[in-house]
Ligand binder design. Structure first.
Ligand code: IVH
Length: 682
């Protein structure tokens, strides 16, 4: 027993330590330990939790991985509606808002809090007895969707807060995808033949509203809390500014760029400063939110319709420009996608010279009716790749023709459309928007595949970037990704290459050696199978724990995974059917690359084999939260009572399931009994 106590103590200590480092890293952006040290702590905790599942709790930092997909999101009624904001588009409009506000408070002096208006998705987080119980979208302001399971995967959202926090409270904030993550996600989506997200807001919303929270878990989402919705059972500060400080002290992430200001001139200054610097921000901001600091005044000012009178969104102008689109060119991606892009007459937009812009795919170009020679609007936002918004039709001379990709790449000699790099045949799989080069050995593809294989999200081989991949291919030292693991034998030749001194060769070989330990999901992602992004690779590994099992999977087996559709299943099958790919995998295996993953058997968990059905409303947590806790302990949940059901959990106002359970003689649990069971097993 003493030993078990020690284990529990160690687990708790590890959790506290990891939570502390999560907070330093994700909330304060100021880590105290290296990634490797952090990984070591996580590894130890995971191992202990696997060995002693009785100590696994839903708020453990290991439980931010996401759970199996839900059929649909439940509805959450917001106790207080989530409002939207009125806009000011100029200094005059800001001053008009200020004059009106001053008049309404009879000339009383007041302070402002200015914050960045982040372009993301509004969420409301409810904490009961220090635990995150519900996370919801704004919805129509009165009713939102229950996305607790997904929000739990965001590291900067605390799963629990200190005991001193109010017994029940709700905070609101903006979930967003930083620019870097947004660009990466879109690049991947294009490579996988999926339509890119139009802006970081859509990307964040798409990520958070995933039915499979394991996908959400893979996206680098972040949050800034921007207001306290309500708090019960404990007094909270009387102003917005102090409340934000208070929330920070509870562990919430609050934007460090917020400012408490005392005059409307200072507000204008804050706006000007950030309008100039907005590009340098790691997230997309489309304006400044100006709020009256005092809650007493906020109350006096009240709302008009959906909008509070005590706040206004002072919007930044869009960074747009116009220029002439000289030509639509095509590059070849790593999966062979033919990616059209616009070559522009260079133009300076907000101080940055733009020469090229993304065009995504032929359908997109046609929908916007963009033609070569057109004058076009272009738009850019920070490091987000500039895009062509649309043509200025009034300036059209009539020369440009509707865009036709196949005509563009028609090879007269071959009398068919041809890959612009290698001349191979071009195909467009049914139901897809992208055209592909059919030659897996196309030099453009090989180079990109090699670069992708070595990239950070994949095998993470430092020292093999774009230029090195190109060089290794050019010199004939590698022909495919497996060759990297046999470079050791060619050290002499490597040393003869330009810019390859002893040190850089040694570093490169060491990085290659180290990459053999890369987790299987990343290896699968690295292989560059069409339609398999980082997220999907992770999902596949939870079903097939070795590359051999994946290679042998039938179409039916693949399709039985909820997030796998026919396009994806066919892509996996066709990848492993190709001899060349099987050869590469064999050689990776021989070189010692890890192609298997250990899995924890769910049957070791305390509720394994027990099936739960819930009816009626639970007081302690939402339906999703209850289901998550059952699943975390190895149990399953179903929608209907059958003979297989172990327990029916009966909440307030139960439905017809109760009658069915009575007929079948199913064991019933009150909410209290259910809680006790969870606690016993935890
Ligand atoms: S305060 C009643 N603060 O803007 C005040 N909103 O148009 C409600 N937003 O739905 C919001 N950054 O999603 C506030 N610092 C910030 C914000 C912010 C972004 C979003 C929020 C809201 C929308 C209002």
């Amino acid at each position: 027993m003493a030993d078990l106590d020690k284990v529990k103590e160690r687990i708790e200590k590890l959790r506290a330590e990891i939570n502390h480092h999560n907070y330093r890293y994700y909330v304060l952006d100021s880590p105290e330990i290296s990634d490797a040290e952090y990984d070591e702590l996580m590894r130890e905790l995971k191992k202990l939790e696997e060995q002693y599942p009785q100590f696994l709790t839903p708020d453990s930092p290991t439980q931010r991985v996401g759970a199996a997909p839900v059929e649909a999101f439940g509805v959450v009624e917001h106790p207080l509606p989530l409002l939207s904001l009125g806009n000011a588009f100029s200094k005059e409009e800001l001053l008009a808002w200020y004059t009106r506000t001053s008049r309404l408070v009879a000339g009383e002096q007041f302070n402002f809090v200015c914050e960045h208006k982040i372009d993301g998705l509004a969420v409301a987080l409810t904490y009961v007895n220090s635990q995150l119980t519900t996370g919801a979208t704004r919805g129509d302001g009165f009713r939102g969707e229950n996305i607790t399971q997904n929000l739990r995967t965001i590291r900067s959202i605390p799963l629990s807060v200190p005991k001193e926090a109010p017994p029940r409270f709700e905070v609101r904030g903006e979930v967003f995808l930083p620019k870097e993550g947004f660009n990466k996600l879109n690049q991947e989506r294009t490579e996988e033949g999926l339509p890119p997200f139009a802006n970081p807001r859509n990307a964040a919303a798409g990520s958070v509203r995933q039915l499979d929270s394991r996908i959400t878990a893979k996206r680098p989402l972040d949050i800034y809390i921007y207001m306290l919705g309500y708090a019960e059972g404990k007094a909270t500060p009387p102003t917005h500014g102090e409340t934000m400080e208070y929330l920070k002290s509870l562990g919430f992430k609050v934007n460090p760029n917020n400012a408490l200001l005392t005059s409307i001139d200072q507000v204008e200054e804050y706006y000007q400063t950030w309008e100039e610097k907005r590009e340098s921000l790691p997230y997309e901001a489309d304006g400044v939110v100006v709020k009256v600091d005092s809650f007493a005044l906020q109350e006096r000012l009240g709302n008009i319709g959906h909008e509070p009178r005590w706040a206004v969104a002072y919007k930044f102008p869009a960074i747009q420009g116009t220029t002439q689109l000289k030509e639509i060119k095509i590059s070849v991606g790593r999966t062979g996608t033919l990616n059209p892009y616009a070559v522009l007459e260079p133009v300076s937009v907000g101080g940055v010279t733009i020469r090229q812009a993304a065009l995504h795919n032929e359908d997109d170009i046609r929908r916007k009716d963009i033609r070569e020679g057109d004058w076009v609007y272009i738009q850019r936002a920070g490091e987000v790749i500039p895009e062509v918004v649309g043509p200025i039709k009034s300036k059209r001379t009539g020369r440009g023709k509707e865009y036709n990709l196949l005509k563009k790449i028609f090879d007269k000699g071959k009398r068919r459309p041809a890959c612009p790099v290698c001349g191979a045949e071009v195909v467009k799989p049914e139901g897809e928007v992208m055209y592909y080069c059919s030659n897996a050995a196309c030099p453009a593809q090989t180079q990109q595949r090699l670069g992708h294989f070595a990239s950070r999200g994949a095998m993470d081989i430092r020292g093999i970037g774009e230029s090195q991949s190109a060089m290794l291919l050019r010199e004939g030292l590698v022909k495919d990704v497996a060759d990297l693991y046999y470079l050791e034998e060619k050290k002499e030749q490597l040393l003869k290459l330009e810019k390859m001194a002893e040190k850089s060769v040694t570093n490169m070989l060491e990085a290659i050696e180290k990459s053999k330990e890369t987790p299987l999901a990343r290896v699968i992602f690295a292989l560059g199978i069409r339609h398999i992004g980082e997220e999907m690779a992770g999902i596949l590994v939870t079903h097939f724990n070795s590359i051999d099992k994946l290679a042998k999977a039938s179409r039916e087996e693949l399709l039985s995974i909820p997030t796998v559709g026919p396009k994806l299943a066919d892509s996996v099958i066709s990848f492993f059917r190709q001899r060349e790919n099987r050869r590469i995998i064999d050689r990776l295996k021989k070189a010692g690359v890890r192609l298997e993953e250990e899995v924890v058997e769910p049957k070791e968990l305390p509720l394994a084999g027990q099936e739960f059905v819930i009816t009626g409303r639970l007081e302690t947590f939402s339906r999703q939260e209850a289901e998550a806790r059952i699943k975390a302990l190895g149990g399953t949940t179903k929608d209907n009572v059958t003979r297989e059901t172990t327990y029916l959990v009966v909440g307030a106002e139960p439905g017809s399931k109760l009658a069915r359970a009575q007929t079948l003689g199913t064991k019933q649990l009150t909410e209290e009994e259910f809680l006790r069971l969870l606690e016993q097993k935890t």
